[in-house]
Design a protein around this ligand. Structure first.
Ligand code: NAD
Length: 357
């Protein structure tokens, strides 16, 4: 069965880093893997070409694909556009259109790069955790919200936190399934001691856990989780949490790993269709200079094979190749220590393809 991929290079360094990811796809295709891909526009590039950040042609292609690879969108060229034409609108639109409610962010420290974290090497060496954030609900989208005058006559701002049973159950299932593909330990993070929404979240997590007796479920308050991620991050395997807590914890976990140029992410729907992208932005400051690290994007391809195509074999080969190039000492500027030789985006992509074998 063919694997149909839509590639959305996006803006600034987006096309440069995706060109390296395509080299990996080319290599697998040459070895007989049934891969097909096509390109479309998203973000600023889509505004330039078609007048909208998520144009109908891209929408159609996104629905037809099994998985999407995205570079990054946005940048100074587009900052003055009206709100509805801003590149990030395109990103939000595709997530919403495809119902990509589960955001997966692994935080992994390759031993070769353990010195670039701001934490002690022994705390983070060998770290490999996965943070799963619910992406379409919670206080970020809850109604009512707005401004009003309260009972004491004061102006106030207010938002509403809520999660429904289906919303919690579906993210729970993605989390338990992800834990099954890893070390079978899932920690659900909430604020159950204070929030009604969290009490409900925890109840549903426990209910769904009955379907996954092989996965160990634990619970942690979000304030403690924020501390534990810094103190003893290796205690975790998979963390699942709501939108607002996940927003904060996933950025915290990203910093454990040191460089932003190394971290992939996935956003999945209920059928494992997904959009895969590096967590970093379009890096306008280094665009067009062959300086961007393509490894976060290449590791996003590895996630795609694992989660959308159930091809852990291809995913493992990519991850092993990345590890090998790091062991061989290949470094782009963002991950080089002082005095280390720096290579460019294209050379790094070529080194990964060579290491794939
Ligand atoms: P950024 O992640 O683009 O860059 C932050 C810093 O990290 C820069 O110094 C950059 O050079 C560096 N960097 C980022 N990726 C790198 C890579 N692969 N290799 C080497 N260095 C890298 O964040 P920013 O500067 O705040 O944002 C720039 C633009 O990207 C903005 O328009 C922002 O809205 C957009 N953005 C897009 C996404 C996305 O597409 N998902 C995410 C974040 C930011």
């Amino acid at each position: 069965m063919s694997m149909k991929i839509l590639i959305l290079p996006g803006d600034y360094i987006g096309p440069e880093i995706l060109a390296e990811a395509v080299k990996v796809l080319d290599a697998f295709k040459a070895q007989g893997e049934p891969l097909e891909w096509r390109f479309a526009h998203l973000g600023g590039a889509a505004v330039d070409a078609e007048g909208h950040p998520y144009p109908p042609s891209t929408k159609q292609a996104a629905h037809a694909a099994d998985a999407i690879l995205l570079g990054s969108v946005g940048g100074p060229k587009y900052d003055a556009l009206p709100r509805e034409l801003r590149p990030e609108r395109g990103l939000l639109a595709v997530r919403k259109d495809l119902n990509l409610f589960a955001n997966l962010r692994p935080a992994r420290v390759f031993d070769e790069l353990a010195d670039s974290s701001s934490l002690k090497k022994e705390v983070i060496a060998g770290l490999d955790i996965l943070i799963l954030r619910e992406l379409t609900g919670d206080i970020y989208f809850g109604q009512p919200r707005g401004r009003r005058v309260n009972a004491e006559g004061h102006d106030e701002g207010f938002d509403t936190m809520h999660y429904s049973r289906p919303e919690v159950a579906r993210i729970a299932r993605v989390a338990f399934e992800a834990a099954r593909k890893r070390n079978r330990r899932l920690c659900s993070v909430d604020k159950e001691n204070v929030l009604e929404t969290s009490r409900f979240w925890r109840e549903v997590m426990v209910e769904v856990s009955a379907e996954y007796p092989d996965v160990e479920l634990s619970h942690m308050y979000v304030d403690n989780a924020a501390m534990q991620l810094l103190k003893r991050p290796k205690q975790f395997d998979v963390i699942v949490t709501g939108n607002i807590f996940g927003d904060i914890l996933s950025d915290e976990a990203a910093m454990l790993a040191g460089s932003i140029g190394m971290l992939p992410s996935a956003s999945l729907d209920a059928n494992n269709k997904g959009m895969y992208e590096p967590i970093h932005g379009s890096a306008p400051d280094i665009a067009g200079q062959d300086k961007a690290n393509p490894l976060a994007t290449i590791l996003s391809v590895a996630m795609m094979f694992k989660y959308s195509f159930d091809r852990a074999d291809l995913s493992d080969r990519i991850e092993a190749a990345v590890r090998k190039v790091l062991q061989q000492g290949h470094r782009t500027g963002d991950i080089a220590m002082q005095g280390e030789k720096i290579i460019g985006t294209r050379e790094m992509g070529d080194a990964v393809v060579k290491a794939l074998g």
